[in-house]
Design a protein around this ligand. Structure first.
Ligand code: SOE
Length: 409
């Protein structure tokens, strides 16, 4: 192996389900594709069970396994703590890590409540004064096409922005028999589709436009209120049902299956006004049958429009409204040219990227910022701002005062 005299940056990661696996992939590959000033070392993985964490560490490329995140933070070979756990543990782990002088990258949404997010943002501000940095992992900012959309808006190519239409559509819980995994429990996840995927739609819209949502009016719904209890859950799936406890439903073989209550939203819809005056409409749902991971955004401005759909993530559509009407119209840009964000590090033009690359880009940007001693973005304050939008959506939906019933004849 060639000699490598760069300083090392030791990473400790907590959690190894869906997000932990994709972050591991990014830590493993980032140095092979991007010329980093430091060499990330995958020092230790944190989880609860010794056996499962050791096996995950072996499979995902981590040198050691820890069963208490406090021990992981305390390790001398860990300078960065990567938090890939459900939202209910983000605040405790992130604040402890920052106070211990470790840089933090934390999965989204930043926390399960505004109060937790405020405490995390305050800890991050205090740590920044000591040269310790924190970032919230809104990975979709690092889709090359979304970064290009941001560039176009910043260059003024869309002119004055009038409309932002953002949707995040999935269908993985449309089946009422799908079990009550942690993403459907308020105590673990904070909210449902709203926080899990609506948070991405909000961050993406604010990132592309460079504007903040100033106010919202919302509707939320839980279509399936009772679900079979989940046993072992991994990523978005779950297997097995725990012993009957709460309610009961018919099991596959006609037997009773224990059920539990879904106390989060299945879908959240809201309209909003951006700080620059543009009007926004947002939709986050896991009941859009046939839509798998459709994070879609369209922005209409006085000089032109752009449109993106993650299900075709290497494409960005642009309509130049300054052209004569006969020549104008949406045209497709394949975002794989060397001039496009992040693209030069990968394959020849047209040989597209996938979901996992967005995390590699995020880790690259994080490592470069930390190595340069500058604050990475999005910051915990940015994560807090998104959390405040989520809270405003929930408050508006609960209040319902701007929901005007249609009069019966
Ligand atoms: C599940 O709905 C999920 O994995 C989200 O938690 C992620 O943030 C999103 O990128 C894909 O969908």
């Amino acid at each position: 192996m060639a000699a490598d005299d760069r300083p090392t940056l030791g990473i400790g990661m907590v959690g190894y389900a869906f997000m932990g696996r994709v972050h591991s992939q990014a830590w493993r590959s980032v140095g092979a594709f991007f010329d980093l000033p430091v060499r990330p070392v995958m020092a230790a993985l944190g989880g609860r069970s010794k056996e499962a964490t050791t096996a995950a560490a072996r499979d995902l490329g981590w040198a050691a396994a820890e069963t208490d995140w406090r021990d992981l933070i305390a390790r001398d070979d860990v300078q960065v703590v990567d938090i890939c756990t459900p939202g209910d543990s983000h605040a405790e782990i992130a604040i402890a890590a920052l106070e211990a002088g470790k840089h933090v990258i934390c999965e989204k949404p930043l926390a399960n409540s505004v109060a937790e997010a405020e405490a995390m943002a305050a800890a991050a501000r205090a740590a920044a004064g000591r040269g310790v940095h924190a970032m919230v992992a809104f990975n979709y900012r690092r889709v090359p096409a979304i970064a290009l959309a941001r560039r176009w808006v910043a260059e003024g190519r869309l002119g004055r922005l009038h409309h932002v239409r953002a949707q995040y559509l999935q269908d993985w819980i449309a089946d009422p028999a799908f079990p009550l995994v942690w993403r459907l429990q308020r105590e673990r996840a904070g909210s449902g589709a709203l926080g899990d995927i609506g948070a991405h739609a909000v961050d993406t819209a604010q990132f592309i436009t460079g504007e903040l949502l100033a106010g919202v009016s919302a509707l939320t719904e839980t279509f399936v209120t009772e679900r079979p209890l989940a046993g072992v859950s991994a990523g978005l799936s779950a297997t097995g049902a725990t012993a009957p406890a709460g309610g009961a439903a018919d099991g596959p073989a006609g037997g009773a299956v224990a059920t539990g209550t879904v106390d989060v939203d299945d879908a959240a819809l809201f309209i909003g006004r951006f700080s620059g005056g543009a009007l926004g409409s947002f939709e986050a749902t896991r009941f859009a049958t046939g839509r798998k991971n459709a994070l879609r955004i369209e922005v209409n401005g006085s000089r032109g429009s752009l449109a993106f759909d993650f299900e075709a993530m290497n494409e960005l559509w642009f309509h130049d409204h300054t052209l004569p009407a006969a020549d104008a119209g949406f045209r497709r840009v394949i975002v794989t040219e060397a001039e496009h964000p992040y693209a030069a590090a990968w394959w020849p033009p047209g040989h597209g990227l996938g979901y996992e690359h967005t995390f590699t880009h995020e880790i690259k940007d994080f490592v470069e910022a930390v190595a340069a001693g500058v604050a990475p973005v999005p910051s915990f304050d940015d994560g807090l701002r998104v959390q405040r939008v989520l809270a405003a959506v929930e408050a508006s939906a609960a209040d319902g005062s701007r929901f005007t019933p249609v009069e019966e004849s």
